[in-house]
Structure formats: C-alpha cells, structure tokens
Design a protein around this ligand. Sequence first.
Ligand SMILES: [Zn+2]
Length: 356
Amino acid sequence: MPKPAGADTLPATMPAPPIPLLDLLACPDCRAPLQRDAASLRCTGCGSGHPVREGIPFLLPQAQRGLQIEHERELEVRSHYPKGVARLLDALARDQVVLDLGSGERETDDPRVLCTDLRFTPRVDLVSDAHVLPLRDACVDLVLAGAVFEHLRDPFAAAGEIHRVLKPGGQVIADCSFVFPFHGFPASYFHASGEGLQRIFAGFRKVAVEVPPWLMPSYGLEVLLGEWLRFCKPRTEHDRRFLAAIRALGGFDARALDACFDQEHALRIAAGTCFLGLKQPRGDETVLPPPALELWHGDAALRQRYPDPAVLLPTLREDAPDTFVHWAAGEGRARSAALADWYAARPTVQKRLDPS
Ligand SMILES: [Zn+2]
C-alpha cells in the first residue's frame, strides 16, 4: 500500500500554499471565475449571484435555480468507493483533484475529492448539475460517476462537460444502469448497454467497457423480480401461481451464479455497464508526475512492466493490477529523490470555501 503523498520524505522543497476551492470553480452560466461576496459567490463575468448555504456553494445554471429535487426511495446506496478506486486515491498526489459526480450519500473527508450532486445533502461539497459543471477547464484528474448517467436527461452533454473539466490525460470512470427497472431521481432516462456508453463517451480513449462486480446479471434480475412482485396485481389462479414461482426464486442465491457468466455475455444482460476512458486528444497525455514519466522513458524494464503508463485504473474488477501511478507513488518515490521531492512539493487542495 503506497504511503500518502509526502509521508516519510524530508521535503527539499516546501509545499506550495493550498489550492483554494475558488481556483477550481467557474460560473455555471458563463464559466467566468467567481469571487466571494459575503454570503454568496458572485460571477466576475456575467455578475450572477450564487448562494452559499452552510459553507456549501450552490452553483446551478439559471434554468435549474429554485428547482425542488426530491430523491425517490433509493434502491441501494453505495457509501464506499470500490476497492480499485480507493487504492487509486491512495496513489494520487495531494494536488490531484477528483470529481465525484452524483455522489449522493457517499461521504469522504479527502480534501481532493469534490462530492457533488444536484441535491443538497450534508455530504456534498458542491451542489451542481452534471450538464453544466461549475468548474474551470482542465482542472480535474479523475471523474467518478457511479449510478448517475441513467438519471441525466442529456448524457451526451454531461460527457462533454466531463471532457472539458478533465486535464489532458485525466480519466473518467462512469457506470450506468442497463437491464434494470426505472428508479431514482429526477428519473431514469437512458439505460445504456456497453455499446451505448461508448457512444456517450466517444470523445475519450476507451480503456475498458465492462460489467463491474456489483452490477452483474443477478443484481438486475433480483431487482426486476422484486419490482414485478411489487407492481403486478394478479387476477387469476395462473397469475397467482406465477407470482408464487417468482417468490420461490428469492430462496436461491442468485449472486453465486454471477461466476457462471463471462464478461462478454454478462454485458448482454447485466444490471449496469461501466466505461473507463482517458481524455487524450493527442493520444499520449498523462496526469503522472513528470519525474516519474522521465524514469519510465529511460527504463526499458519499466516500459515493459507498464506498457500504457497513462491508464490510472484499467478495470473495476477486484483483482485489478497495479498501474504505473501506483509504482510512482510507492517504488518510484523510494528510488528517485527527484520524484520524492516532486511529491513533497505538491500543495493540498482545500475543498471547503471556509476551512475551519
Ligand atoms: Zn457568469
């Protein structure tokens, strides 16, 4: 497990001052910088004002302001990051910014992770709309969008916004419902196959399209059958026998059967699909530490071990291999003083407007 950036190193260089949240934010209407104005944020371009409640900026575009958003009963709330994502966060530097889009009930005090949702909850760092992100161009290293794309009325616009705010070399990890009932808020709009997600994220270099472990076919089947039982009103003896048969299926451990599907066939009937991709307009951009890239270019063994160093996370499978960013934060930092100094000099990110 790599140590957090800067641990156990004697900094030859002092870290730069923290990166304030305001340096990342932009007006959702015109994208100009914002400035603090008593209890609100004011746009330095179009002059629009945006409220700050309990220290949390509300940066919704004009059309969304005043909208009352209510969550429907959630089917399942994921409160933790998948293992591979959590390990990736450990390997990122202190100043690498992560956007958790549609974070819902997920909570993290990691200062680099901006949790954002359309709804104000005690857990979000920013209230915003995925279609119009209130962030500056190219300021984010990693975008996580778990169970959010099916709830977007224009997923193509949101993918365009993710592309805009990512740094060149930044990665997106987005999953979406596929064979799954209508659910959530404001609605289920577009459920996507793997092919569909590739269309939505056509502006990215594909790293993988896959079914993550928690969206395998059994989960969709369980929820579909549950919704069938919930809504179907039997009229005949035949109907009642059919519903009893569905109820009896609940006695089986369907999750155990996920092991009987390979990815190719799981992608045809999974509860959801996931796209992992890089913003690489030129084909070779990375968000890796420059001294680590230098080491990679000069070391044939490293190039062989990590042939595609820009990929931060190749898969959400439990057995995801380490990538070059893990090497840089662990072995690389121990091997190279220049790389250790680079990590030590990273500023922190301050995701609160008013850090206490
Ligand atoms: Zn503005």
